[in-house]
Ligand binder design. Structure first.
Ligand code: TYM
Length: 365
């Protein structure tokens, strides 16, 4: 009889080295992509693709998006725009597997199994649900509450070993490990990997341009708080010029940023865009007033982001081509996920698992 109240102290530890090195990550197709998504996630997805040594699987998580209301036409537009954003940022659909979640039914199927593994107590601790549902938790969808179990399924349907994300996703990744460990323990198997979160770089938490205590987010009502990947050069420069700062010049050492959230945020953004360390930025710009640093940051942001937004609009002119690429990515994703789902069903005791899609491919790692 499995323990249903808490995690085991000593879950069976599957050895990660036995799994194919595989990266999985996802982004919700809601609103426009902003600089936080780009620096915290997208740019790092591209780096991991280009570094080699990993299979890379990237997903537009449309099933997650509908946990809060989405206008159907807008969801379709946002999914295609996000796909264009991935490709314009440097994801190559031939080298990475790029698709939208709903085209691979194994995500939702595995999520149901995980709904039966995860415990209510674990889900109730998820801060993102509390933040998103706010005071109206009774009105929130059941999907919003169950969201992290679907996220675990996204990752574990591929036996992904590494998941690059921004800092706000850390708790969800811990839950993913908890679900994998409990499944392995309850069924006495060594089947799901305990995935490694990859939360690295200067920009794992890009903050609002108007309030250094709040993260940059799609849902902030003020557009001045964020830089969108679709913003033109003038909008980017204006938002950086108006970004909140304090009256002091930049400090002479990285430690001098500690109590200065807004200054730290702009320096972090600079470092991430330029692919250098915070210490390098301070070595170059320390002591300068914001009236000098902000134009330098604006130039860097425009030089980096303009080619991406230009390429995104070009790609958006041919939605049929985007759809074709996503269908191809989904077919490749299913080849990986179907045998893993089939084996999961077998472990759980579902009759007929041997005749499911993927039964011809018993290799699941
Ligand atoms: P989402 O769509 O909110 O954000 C996508 C990615 O962008 C990162 N991010 C940020 N990074 C730095 N600073 C910020 N201000 C900032 N805002 C967002 C997020 O950390 C994320 O990496 N639940 C996920 C999507 C998801 C997923 C998955 C991720 C679904 N299934 C499986 C990884 C693996 C989400 O809502 O991300």
């Amino acid at each position: 009889m499995p323990d249903t109240t808490s995690l085991q102290d000593d879950p069976i530890q599957p050895d990660l080295s036995r799994f194919t090195r595989r990266v999985f990550s996802g982004i919700q197709p809601t609103g426009h992509l902003h600089l936080g998504n780009y620096l915290g996630a997208m740019k790092r997805f591209v780096d991991m693709q280009n570094a080699g040594g990993f299979e890379t699987v990237y997903c537009m998580v449309d099933l997650h998006a509908i946990t809060v209301w989405q206008q159907p036409e807008e969801l379709r537009r946002a999914t295609r725009e996000l796909a264009a954003g991935f490709i314009a940022s440097g994801i190559d659909p031939a080298r990475s597997i790029l698709f939208n979640q709903s085209q691979v039914p194994e995500h939702a199927q595995l999520a149901w199994i995980f709904n039966c593994v995860a415990r209510m107590g674990w889900m109730k601790r998820m801060t993102q649900f509390k933040d998103k549902a706010g005071k109206h938790a009774e009105q929130a969808s059941l999907g919003l509450f169950a969201y992290p179990a679907l996220m675990a399924a996204d990752i574990l349907a591929y036996h992904a070993t590494h998941v690059p994300v921004g800092e706000d996703q850390k708790q969800h990744l811990e839950l993913t490990r908890d679900i994998a460990a409990k499944f392995n323990h309850d069924y006495g198997v060594d089947f799901f990997p305990l995935t490694e979160p990859v939360i690295e770089g200067a920009a794992t938490r890009v903050m609002s341009l108007r309030d250094g205590a709040k993260k940059m987010s799609k849902s902030d009502p003020s557009d001045m708080t964020r830089i969108n990947l679709t913003d033109d050069a003038d909008a980017i420069a204006q938002k950086i010029r108006k970004a909140r700062t304090d009256p002091e010049p930049l400090p002479g050492t990285p430690e001098g940023l500690e109590e200065r959230a807004e200054a730290r945020n702009l320096v972090n953004i600079y470092a991430a865009l330029a692919d250098v360390s915070v210490a390098d930025v301070i070595a170059e710009h320390g002591g300068k007033p914001f009236s000098e640093f902000k134009p330098a940051l604006a130039d860097l942001a425009v030089a980096h982001l303009s080619p991406i937004s230009g390429e995104m609009s070009r790609l958006m002119q041919d939605p049929a081509e985007i759809d074709r690429l996503l269908a191809g990515g989904a077919a490749r994703a299913r080849e990986l996920a179907a045998p893993i789902l089939r084996r999961t069903y077998e472990i759980v005791g579902m009759v007929g698992a041997d005749r499911m899609v993927g039964a011809d491919k018993p290799e699941w790692v």
